[in-house]
Design a protein around this ligand. Structure first.
Ligand code: SAJ
Length: 410
């Protein structure tokens, strides 16, 4: 039974804000903490500073009810949930500086007996590091009086509010008591099974889930390159092979984006470099796919009668979201526009009203409405399978060179 009534959530991003809002919807008083003024201001107005279906209603209801508020400072609570980024360094080791910065905010307000939950995806040993780091900052607290657990998030962007409730969760405690206490807190909103283990196994489980997906997408991406060479439609090939009862191949695309699948496998590779051959190769296969797409588009612009304009459909890292983190579409667009200054690139992204920073200031690249781009371009490159693009009539695409990396228009 949960007896925690006040929670501080550090990091109000794609995971922290939904978690804060759903806890608040269960009557827990939640104080969100973030370093970004835009985020803190938006949340305090009951708004969400990014696109995530259904989250807006939760945030506005919780802010109106007074159960959710946001600030820059970490204040006293009974439990702290850390949901900050864990990017990788140049050598692919994890950068734990955001976790340490969160701990710097938590340490001074601890009184003893609190629960600290790390949700951020972390390399093996990071939860123990957080525990040691906090105790080091607060040598006056006894180790038995600090409960630290890892509870990795598993929700799929675009379905977060649903999956927070329906997905099973893994909770790994530094001690069994920490795991049990974290489990009770998550039971206030999670209706699925919550499985407890030790912290390192929980860390690794999360990394393994995303590596499993990365390896399987790499298989699909490799098949798409092979099929292209052999003159085979890879989507037909995969759908036929998937009619075998024990085959379930994923879909090829322009590469793997997002802050999770393109990142997490590296944490395993850096923890066991010699032993992680398959995981490393899959990462490299997926990372090389954007280059392959760039070459296909460049070849299309060399065809006779090309009118000088290329439409690039979609910039987000996947369908129906505005999240551009590690997006292969952005990488492809940037490389194309920079290397081909005489070609005009019309980027289409219905979820944003300005080009992202990485694409700012490129003179032959403009953010263009869907109809206008499709009408004027001679080459159309589909990079994201947004619902809005599904309904493009075949007549609009007729006579154009199409590079459809998602199999949406086949
Ligand atoms: N992709 C493909 N082909 C596919 C599936 C995905 O090319 O068949 C691409 C997508 O276009 C995208 C990338 O892979 O660029 C990642 O998309 P995704 O939908 O596979 O995953 P994410 O990054 O949105 O969310 C993943 C999920 N993990 C798993 O499915 C194992 C989610 O449950 C995790 O919570 C999330 O990572 C995370 O935060 O770790």
């Amino acid at each position: 039974m949960n007896n925690i009534k006040e929670v501080a959530v550090i990091g109000l991003g794609y995971i922290g804000l939904p978690t804060a809002a759903i806890l608040a919807s269960r009557g827990i008083t939640v104080r969100g903490v973030d370093v970004t003024p835009r985020t803190v201001e938006a949340v305090n107005k009951g708004e969400v500073p990014f696109v995530e279906p259904a989250l807006g209603e939760f945030v506005s209801a919780a802010v109106s009810a007074g159960t959710l508020s946001a600030s820059f400072e970490t204040t006293e609570a009974e439990a702290y949930i850390v949901a900050v980024p864990t990017p990788f360094n140049d050598d692919y080791t994890a950068d734990l500086s955001y976790i340490e910065a969160a701990a710097d905010g938590i340490a001074p307000v601890l009184k003893g007996g609190e629960l600290v939950i790390l949700e951020s995806t972390s390399p093996p040993g990071a939860t123990q590091h957080l525990f040691d780091y906090l105790l080091n900052k607060r040598p006056d607290l006894s180790a038995d009086n600090l409960l630290v657990a890892h509870c990795p998030e598993r929700v799929l962007p675009g379905y977060v509010m649903e999956e927070l409730v329906t997905n099973d969760r893994i909770v790994g405690g530094i001690t069994p008591e920490a795991a049990d206490k974290a489990k009770a807190l998550y039971e206030t909103f999670c209706q699925a099974d919550i499985l407890t283990t030790d912290a390192k196994t929980a860390e690794m489980a999360k990394l393994v889930e995303n590596s499993y997906r990365d390896v399987n997408i790499a298989f699909a991406n490799e098949l798409s390159v092979i099929s292209d060479k052999l003159g085979i439609d890879v989507w037909e090939l995969i759908s036929l092979a998937n009619r075998h009862p024990r085959v379930d191949i994923l879909q090829p695309g322009p590469g793997v984006g997002g802050h999770c699948i393109a990142v997490d496998p590296w944490f395993i590779v850096s923890a066991a470099p010699e032993e992680s051959q398959l995981i490393r190769t899959a990462r490299n296969t997926n990372d090389s796919k954007p280059n392959w797409v760039v070459n296909k588009v460049v070849a299309a612009t060399k065809s006779a009668g090309f009118n000088g304009k290329v439409a690039v459909m979609g910039l987000a890292f996947k369908a129906n979201i505005d999240d551009m983190r590690e997006s292969p579409a952005i990488e492809i667009t940037r490389q194309l526009a920079e290397a081909n200054p005489t070609v005009e690139f019309l980027a289409v992204e219905p979820h944003v009203d300005a080009l992202p920073k990485k694409l700012e200031g490129i003179s032959n690249l403009t953010l263009t409405p869907t109809d206008e781009a499709l009408e004027s371009a001679g080459v159309v490159t589909l990079l994201v399978d947004h619902d809005q693009f599904k309904s493009v009539p075949a007549t609009v695409l007729a006579g154009k060179e199409i590079i459809d990396t998602r199999g949406l228009w086949r």
